[in-house]
Design a protein. Structure first.
Ligand SMILES: Nc1nc2c(c(=O)[nH]1)N[C@H]1C(S)=C(S)[C@@H](COP(=O)(O)OP(=O)(O)OC[C@H]3O[C@@H](n4cnc5c(=O)[nH]c(N)nc54)[C@H](O)[C@@H]3O)O[C@H]1N2
Ligand SMILES: Nc1nc2c(c(=O)[nH]1)N[C@H]1C(S)=C(S)[C@@H](COP(=O)(O)OP(=O)(O)OC[C@H]3O[C@@H](n4cnc5c(=O)[nH]c(N)nc54)[C@H](O)[C@@H]3O)O[C@H]1N2
Ligand SMILES: [Mo]
Length: 758
């Protein structure tokens, strides 16, 4: 069984020197290679040109914003954006023949890379109870089957998962359908991603989102980039960082790994710069131990606090603290009693490194702290993010030009999905709006988030699992447990573009409903439609596909939801047919129900889209006190027993979450193998092993021992006692019983593991 979840084949590890410069000519060459591999060249170039431009589509890669307004042809694209598009716009198709030739069990032996490369799913498919192969089904039959199942169960026995590529329009009708059907069981990929951000920032700043704009990034004096690998996951961010540097800004990066993109950047779109050696991005790199970021920030705060005490008003922005915050006295008391040496020791950094960076923080008026998964996926993540806010607040570095907090989002519309209501909790304001606008009583009880869905599945409480995109079995922690849960469902349904493991680890019966991707023309009865997405900085913009996909039998996500809703809820007063015909009518409904979307249809047609209201950007903090909130939380340094390591999981340069584009992690110099453990050379020696030694990795939480078989050790620059492995291969080791306090986010970035040399 485990073989089916992560095939244990080794593919031939090759190690090279890590790259020291991000992007530039090699990046361009690699992206064109991906285009030519999957698409006809002419079409590939046309696609690139329309990417992220007026009238074009929003890049299905990351959520980093586009430069406002004036967009020149080929304005801003990146190697990994191109890969995301090429992967979606591939000309390879899989339909009846493919599934007749390959049994589900056989496909289970393929790696994620092989599954993804098979091509686009071209028609609806059905796996009948006990069947060995998926077989074609008509759309009408598929909807009948699904609506029938949903109508025969209690609404809370159904779960509606969302992955963050879903547009605002599809997400809104989706959550509306789930709620009118009768459940808040709306887990989404956010639960595994920035949930700790949403929780922490809502509490201390009154809004669970970032506060900065793209211009703020350009104008910052200092950017602290923590727990993020922009060179791979948000490459266009490097252009913004380059501007910040050119404007005289500085950057500190905090990461257990010396990520290439954090160090030096050659902008592939500025040929003159390619001739030089590009821009040095990080002025100082702090190679922190895994999950000791909170200790680092506490140390900075302690150093600044002690100096502030000696010369009040010099180190802290006392005026801002007085006018805009609460909880400072408690913070001061906590810092009074903070043991600086202990904090420094936790981080694994030297006192000099921390003092020097504290000096840089002191010398900067406008500070932005950017962060991503390196901060959000630990037990204490909510506290760490609040600590980040503490540092910005003492410096008055929020709600002014060039300053603020910047959680860098993942999926291209993950933020928008939450804004328009996809959440396992229903906000009272949205409940009220839905009640008034549609005249029904939405369910009030909290639904299942991702981890609660896993628990409920295992307990046999989930009959129908419906996924709007994503790859639930591979993205969740504790892979074996998720698989057990999925197999207990009566029916598992995936609205998908590409084949993935969640189609193969299925319920008693399964459906695959193939949908259009962002890049494609969406033709409905009311004509060609467009959708819209919200980027990481709260800007909503339209996205209109340009590629034909008529050779496939696909439906759009909006159309799938509307048709399903119409058939499942025949009494519904929602105009599902109208919504499907003309997405303007969906946007009118969003405008009526969600704050900030007034005149949506008009504003979304502006070339640069529109900003959603952002309180913290304007120093309006809608917290319980009406002020930004300092927090004083306890430090919880990592405790490792003899022989234990702290394992973090990362993305390679050649993947998009569970979609594996290729087997090369070029920037890190790790080639042709993903089943690896990056480990300090001295730790490898201490294990009596060498580079390439094959090991089993185990993790033990509660009474369950998890095992990942056959991984190879790779000597790497990482603090001793810490190791890094790739997501999703390492997910079998991530527990689901222990999660982040307050956000229930899986602890994918700090798992205690042991090694057995085999
Ligand atoms: N090409 C591409 N783009 C993507 C994605 C993709 O898979 N591929 N995924 C998208 C999604 S959904 C998301 S959420 C984002 C993810 O974007 P990132 O958060 O950048 O992705 P990760 O690879 O998880 O990397 C986290 C970084 O944190 C570091 N890190 C790990 N543990 C710690 C720690 O304890 N402390 C600190 N300070 N650092 C730590 C790692 O070394 C790594 O550099 O990217 C989005 N964009
Ligand atoms: N160990 C570990 N686990 C992690 C993480 C980690 O850092 N470490 N990161 C977590 C994070 S940040 C996230 S966001 C989750 C990601 O979790 P998910 O969002 O569930 O996973 P993806 O791999 O992004 O989903 C890929 C699938 O989505 C489908 N798809 C692609 N485009 C579309 C589309 O336009 N419409 C539809 N309907 N389907 C589409 C394709 O079929 C593809 O196979 O994983 C989490 N899991
Ligand atoms: Mo994410």
């Amino acid at each position: 069984m485990s073989n089916e979840l992560t095939p244990e084949r080794l593919t031939g590890l090759e190690l090279k020197e890590p790259t020291h410069i991000a992007a530039g000519i090699p990046a361009l060459r690699y992206s064109l290679k991906h285009v030519s591999e999957y698409m006809h060249v002419g079409e590939g170039l046309e696609t690139l040109a329309k990417l992220n431009q007026k009238g074009g589509f929003d890049c299905p890669g990351c959520a980093w914003p586009d430069p406002d307004g004036s967009r020149t042809p080929m304005a801003e694209y990146c190697e990994n954006g191109v890969k995301a598009i090429a992967e979606e716009a591939t000309k390879r198709r899989i339909g009846a023949d493919f599934f007749a030739a390959h049994a589900v069990d056989e496909l289970g032996q393929w790696t994620d890379y092989e599954l993804g490369k098979s091509g686009r799913i071209a028609q609806p498919l059905h796996l009948r109870p006990g069947a060995t192969h998926y077989t074609p089904i008509t759309w009408a039959e598929a909807f009948d089957q699904l609506a029938g199942n949903l109508r025969s169960i209690d609404p809370d026995e159904a779960v509606f998962y969302t992955s963050g590529r879903t547009s605002n329009e599809a997400a809104f009708v989706y959550q509306l359908f789930a709620r009118q059907y009768g459940t808040n069981n709306l887990p989404d990929c956010s639960n595994m991603c920035h949930e700790s951000t949403s929780k922490a920032l809502a509490e201390v700043l009154g809004l669970g989102k970032g506060s900065v704009t793209l211009e703020d990034i350009h104008n910052a004096d200092l950017i602290i980039c923590m727990g993020q690998n922009p060179g791979t996951n948000h490459p266009r961010m490097l252009t913004a960082l380059e501007k910040m540097k050119e404007n005289g800004g500085r950057m500190i990066s905090v990461n257990p790994l010396p990520e290439t993109g954090l160090m030096r950047f050659v902008n592939p779109q500025r040929p003159l710069k390619i001739a030089t050696r590009g821009t040095t991005l990080s002025d100082l790199f702090l190679q922190v131990k895994v999950n000791e970021d909170q200790s680092l920030i506490r140390a900075w705060l302690k150093i600044l606090y002690d100096r502030e005490k000696r010369s009040p008003g010099t180190y802290f922005d006392q005026e801002f603290i007085r006018d805009h915050t609460s909880g400072y006295d408690e913070l001061a008391e906590m810092l009074e009693n903070t043991d600086l040496d202990a904090c420094i020791a936790n981080t694994g950094l030297t006192r000099d490194e921390i003092e020097e960076t504290a000096g840089l923080i002191h010398g900067s008026e406008r500070i932005i702290i950017c962060y991503a998964m390196g901060l959000t996926q630990h037990e204490n993540s909510v506290d760490t993010i609040k600590e980040v806010v503490n540092l910005l607040l003492v410096k008055g570095s929020i709600g002014k030009d060039g300053a603020g907090i910047c959680p860098v989002r993942g999926h291209s519309n993950v933020q928008g999905d939450r804004t328009v209501g996809v959440w396992d909790k229903l906000k009272p304001e949205l409940a009220e709006a839905l009640r008034n606008y549609y005249n029904f009583e939405p369910p009030t009880e909290d639904g299942y988030d991702v981890v609660k869905t896993m628990e409920a599945m295992e307990a046999g409480k989930v009959k129908v699992f419906f996924a709007m995109g994503g790859n639930f079995v591979s993205a969740t922690p504790d892979t074996e447990r998720t698989a057990r849960g999925l197999r207990k469902c009566d029916l598992t349904v995936h609205v998908s573009t590409k084949l993935n493991r969640s189609h193969l680890v299925h319920g008693r019966e399964a459906l695959i409903l193939p949908c259009h991707g962002r890049t494609e023309i969406d033709l409905q009865a009311g004509g060609e439609q467009f959708v819209s997405c919200e980027n990481s900085m709260g800007v909503v913009q339209m996205s209109k596909g340009i590629l034909e996909a008529e050779d496939m039998n696909l439906m759009s996500e909006v159309a799938i939801v509307c048709e399903l809703a119409r058939l499942t809820l025949p009494e519904s007063n929602v105009p599902w047919v109208e919504y499907r015909k003309d997405y303007d009518t969906v946007r009118d409904a969003i405008a009526a129900c969600i704050p900030g979307f007034e005149r949506y249809n008009e504003k979304v047609r502006q070339p640069a889209g529109f900003y959603l209201p952002n309180g913290p950007r304007n120093r309006r903090f809608e917290t319980s006190t009406g002020k930004a909130q300092f927090s004083s939380t306890e430090l919880t340094p990592n405790q490792l027993a003899e022989g234990e390591f702290l394992m973090t999981t990362v993305r390679s340069h050649d993947q998009y979450n569970t979609t594996i584009y290729g087997l090369h992690d070029r920037y890190r110099g790790i080639h042709n193998e993903r089943r690896v453990v990056m480990m300090h050379a001295d730790d490898i020696a201490a294990l009596g092993a060498v580079s390439g030694t094959v090991v089993d990795v185990t993790s033990e939480y509660g009474d369950e021992k998890r095992r990942a078989r056959k991984f190879q050790l790779v000597p790497y620059s990482i603090p001793r006692g810490c190791v890094a492995m790739y997501f999703p291969e390492a997910n079998v080791l991530v527990p689901s019983g222990v999660t982040a306090r307050g956000s229930n986010c899986p602890i994918s970035k700090s798992v205690r593991v042991r090694f057995e040399v085999i």
